[in-house]
Design a protein around this ligand. Structure first.
Ligand code: PLP
Length: 461
């Protein structure tokens, strides 16, 4: 793609003008506002496959699938065709009291793919709304079952579950919570499964037992649900120990506590299965999903609940008093159906499973660079934890982390044409989650850029 085309796709403004207008008018999410107003805003104008192009026509490897969501890759014509046809047939109708074919077809398709009896699909516009819906369903279910005191939610430290007030209460990132407190009462946090610094003799199921202890401490009669990601994103792609989810399932069953699997990232092939819970062989009561459901070509999320949770609502006047105008939007549903077709046709889950080892090996090969500590993750969802000292696993302090991640790495990686995430919501990590169509060529490119930039970062320190 030429620079001219890219700028044309950016509309009537030059790259410099777009940047100035973005600083003036576009309130970017989770973005520092006080940054030097002359510093250019990275403006992405088009995308194709695993690559995107900025307003100057420069190409980048999208090593993060935008935000862990463009799973099928950029610019898929299947989605524009599905959206255009749907806009002509039925642009919008609501799922409040009414239904329409695409929402029905999609719910049926999702129920067939979801594990066990997760047959009830409640659509939302994104992940936070799906988590919010799951928390409300857990409370409403227990109340209708005569256990109205069961309201508390147990989540894990450093986990990200969204930004709306209920989802934020489940989120375990202190810096995201404190500006908005007081939050929804009744959410508490236990240790996650990051075992990089665990003592060697620790029981591998220690983190699962933390949940049992917390339920006992809170009183099982007050706990509604546990919410966990199959592989925890924040903190750096933290996988579970073998048997972790089986033990958590037992703990939940023993205490009549619901298990919510937050798969906003870990579904739709990200870790090689339609649903992350299937990869680790556990049966949740609720799955929350979004992002890759439409490969991000339209905003859409869903809460998928078991038949058992719908039962108490089956009375003459029973209803779940909850909803969103755009839940099940026909255009988003049409795109999601096209996405599932595409994923099946191209066997994207099979591709991820076949290529996961090669992707991991690319990152493992960087372990000779002094600041590369741990490499962890699953599927096409990996993190590299950066450390000051590989032998002692000593991490960087806040000031060093700021200097390393924001002062150097984020900018350097971008300048070298790789979009990935340099994150310090736990210990400093670089995260990679390329589109599920990525292959050896992209892995090599990722490995080469990381080697150059991480070597330079090591020498800086
Ligand atoms: N849950 C998880 C596990 C997530 O990763 C995210 C977003 O990254 C959310 C919930 C919130 O999703 P959204 O940003 O679509 O509201």
């Amino acid at each position: 793609m030429t620079a001219t085309t890219a700028v044309q796709n950016g509309g009537p403004y030059s790259a410099t003008a777009l940047s100035a207008l973005a600083r003036r008018h576009l309130w970017m999410h989770f973005t520092r506002i006080g940054t030097d107003p002359r510093a250019p805003v990275p403006i992405i104008v088009s995308g194709e496959g695993c690559y995107v192009y900025d307003a100057d026509g420069k190409r980048y490897l999208d090593g993060l699938s935008a935000l862990y969501c463009v799973n099928a890759g950029h610019g898929r014509p299947e989605f524009s065709q599905a959206a255009a046809a749907q806009l002509l047939e039925l642009d919008f109708y609501t799922t409040w009291s009414y239904a329409h074919p695409r929402a029905i077809e999609l719910a049926t398709r999702i129920a067939a793919l979801a594990p066990g009896d997760l047959n009830r699909v409640f659509f939302t516009s994104g992940g936070s709304e799906a988590v919010e819906s799951a928390i409300k369903l857990a409370r409403a279910y227990h109340r209708l079952s005569g256990k109205g005191q069961k309201t508390k939610i147990i989540a894990r430290e450093v986990a990200y579950h969204g930004t709306t007030m209920g989802a934020l209460a489940a989120t375990g990132v202190t810096s995201l919570r404190t500006p908005f407190e007081p939050l929804m009462p009744g959410a508490c946090h236990v240790a996650n499964t990051d075992n990089y610094r665990w003592p060697a003799e620790r029981d591998p199921l220690w983190a699962a037992e933390q949940i049992a202890e917390r339920i006992a401490f809170e009183d099982p009669d007050t706990v509604a649900a546990v919410i966990l990601e199959p592989v925890q994103n924040a903190g750096g792609c933290i996988p579970p120990q073998d048997g972790y989810f089986q033990r958590v399932r037992e703990i939940c069953d023993d205490n009549d506590v619901l298990l919510i699997s937050d798969e906003v990232i870990c579904s739709w092939g990200r870790i090689g299965h339609w649903f992350g819970s299937t990869r680790y062989g556990y049966q949740p009561d609720i799955i929350t999903t979004a992002k890759g459901l439409t490969s991000a070509a339209m905003p859409m999320g869903a809460m998928i609940a078991s038949d058992r949770l719908a039962e108490p609502f089956h009375t003459e006047t029973g209803s779940f008093a909850h909803g969103f105008t755009f839940g099940g939007h026909p255009v988003a549903a049409a795109v999601a159906l096209a996405n599932i077709d595409l994923m099946e046709r191209e066997d994207l889950c099979g591709h991820v499973l076949a290529k996961e080892g090669e992707f991991r090996a690319t990152l493992d090969a960087l372990k000779d660079i002094p600041i590369v500590g741990d490499v962890r993750g699953a599927g096409f969802f990996f993190a590299i934890e950066l450390v000051k000292d590989r032998e002692t696993k000593e991490s960087f302090d806040d000031a060093e982390s700021e200097h390393l991640l924001r002062g150097f790495l984020s900018g350097a990686l971008y300048r070298h044409g790789l979009i990935c995430r340099a994150d310090d919501r736990g210990d400093p990590v670089i995260q990679l989650a390329p589109p599920l169509i990525a292959d050896s060529e992209q892995f090599e490119e990722i490995g080469a850029v990381l080697r150059t930039v991480l070597t330079a970062a090591s020498e800086l320190l």
